[in-house]
Design a binder for this molecule. Structure first.
Ligand code: NAD
Length: 455
């Protein structure tokens, strides 16, 4: 049975930009069947040929970068400059995995009376479920390693932001990747996503989304003992010590939480500041936050756009209702799901500091010393990213080792690079994306023993 139509909206104008038929269980099953059929051919493609096809895809993404950036900017409300940078990363990710295809191999292991070998086998059909905040980027983080390992794919973008994945699917075919290897199914998560999770012919789910939905994905996958990679929510700390370069830390902090209007799993939305420099840092931070240019995503100089939807804006506002704001910025008049850059002074017990707001809201929390900074930073169910700002190298590494997070930066807020592993501790999920590590999540190790003598 067909689902209702999906209305796709531009969050900056509230205008409808597309109407699509939503897929249901039947279309999902058909996509899995196509992927299963295509697997027979794709797994047998020589690694050097898979590499060539992925490289061609990377080049096509570069050639269509402006078009893809505009689609993403319009559908998500991202500033065009940021959308271009994201598309640039998508191309880099495909280039990286093109280079990785024939460098992910097995071993020979010394054993008595024979030869023992390991092989990296593809899993089969993998279901890739993607959120709305970085639709194209996160799709590439999963598609790159999945295809490099020889799997075929059913990709489910978020209902709110399906447009870039649909365009990418066309480029995938144009690159020469055979039909059926990548299938994009657009429909509601609880229908299409859930069907992928339950489908007996889907070997793995690569999921990025909220911790709440991720929990259900893990439960649903248990029935068929599916492999799962979960990239979930975050509530990361940006820890500023008194001996940090405060000007630099304060200038960078707004972008670590207001980037993508705060709809970023890596947002450093808890800013922990050592008490002795708290007032000075707050002044610098307010000054830097004032500079964030909020407005029309089409404008080349815009740094922050709207939130994704009216419903989401309501949720973000609910976190700020009972807090003391140290700063609230301006937003454009008229249509659009705007929300201002907001700094609140909080304790780590407050709801705004405990839950993922997923909007442009930073909670400032003072700490006395290194021990207390680590205690507060780790006092969260999440463990995705974080930053440490200090001029003391030993302290930087000590704190980095003590923090329960998968992706940390020192004197920087950078989290993602195509070649380095990305993923969470605790309820931020498990498994790693990007870099060579992601290939382990899209392959199975097979051990083969060849008897060469009596054994
Ligand atoms: P979401 O969990 O609501 O949805 C994510 C995807 O899951 C969507 O495609 C949705 O349609 C699908 N889905 C919904 N219900 C489902 C079900 N029952 N079964 C299977 N799939 C289902 O998340 P969102 O609101 O799209 O994205 C925001 C969340 O994603 C935030 O929590 C954010 O932190 C997280 N996120 C994490 C990372 C990371 O790498 N750790 C990156 C980006 C976003």
């Amino acid at each position: 049975m067909r689902q209702m139509a999906l209305i796709v909206t531009n969050p900056a104008t509230e205008e409808t930009i597309a109407e699509l038929d939503a897929a249901g269980v039947e279309e999902t099953d058909a996509a899995v069947a196509r992927a299963k059929q295509a697997f027979k051919e794709w797994r047998a493609v020589a690694p050097t040929d898979r590499a060539r096809l992925l490289r061609r895809l990377a080049t096509l993404v570069e050639e269509h970068a402006e078009e893809l950036a505009r689609i993403e900017s319009q559908n998500v409300g991202k500033p065009i400059a940021g959308a271009r940078a994201e598309v640039g990363m998508v191309a880099q990710v495909f280039h990286f995995y093109a280079g990785a295809v024939d460098k992910h191999y097995g071993q020979t292991i010394p054993v008595a009376a024979g030869v023992d070998m390991t092989f990296r086998e593809p899993l089969g059909v993998v279901g890739l479920i993607v959120p709305w905040n970085f639709p194209l980027n996160i799709s590439s983080w999963k598609l790159g390693p999945a295809l490099a390992c020889g799997n075929t794919v059913v990709l489910k973008p978020a209902e709110l932001t399906p447009l870039s994945a649909l365009r990418l699917a066309e480029l995938i075919l144009e690159a020469g990747i055979p039909e059926g290897v990548v299938n994009v199914v657009v429909g509601p998560g609880r229908v299409v996503g859930q069907r992928l999770v339950e489908h007996p012919d889907v070997a793995k789910i690569g999921f990025t989304g909220s911790t709440e939905v991720g929990r259900g994905v893990m439960q649903g996958a248990a029935e068929t003992i599916k492999r799962v990679t979960l990239e979930l929510g975050g509530k990361s700390a940006n820890v500023i010590f008194a001996d940090a370069d405060l000007e630099r830390a304060a200038a960078a902090a707004p972008y670590a939480v207001f980037d993508n209007a705060g709809q970023d799993c890596c947002a450093r939305s808890r800013i922990l500041v050592q008490k002795s420099v708290y007032d000075r840092f707050l002044d610098l931070l307010i000054e830097a936050t004032r500079m964030v240019k909020v407005g029309d995503p089409k404008d080349e100089t815009t740094e922050m756009g709207p939130l994704i939807s009216a419903e989401h804006r309501e949720k973000v506002a609910s976190y700020v209702a009972d807090t003391v704001s140290a700063f609230k910025g301006d937003t454009p008049e008229g249509a659009g799901f705007w929300y201002p850059c907001t700094l609140v002074e909080a304790s780590n017990e407050d709801r705004v500091a405990r839950e993922e707001v997923f909007g442009p809201v930073a909670a400032l929390i003072p700490f006395a010393d290194e021990e207390e900074a680590v205690t507060i930073a780790n006092d969260t169910p999440y463990g995705l990213s974080g930053s440490i700002w200090t001029e003391n190298g030993a302290r930087a590494l000590r704190v980095a080792r003590a923090l329960e997070s998968g992706v940390l930066s020192i004197n920087s807020n950078s989290s993602v690079r195509p070649s380095t592993p990305f993923g969470g501790f605790k309820q931020s999920g498990f498994g790693r994306e990007l870099g060579m590590h992601a290939l382990d999540g899209y392959s199975e190790i097979k051990n083969v023993y060849l008897a060469t003598g009596g054994g």
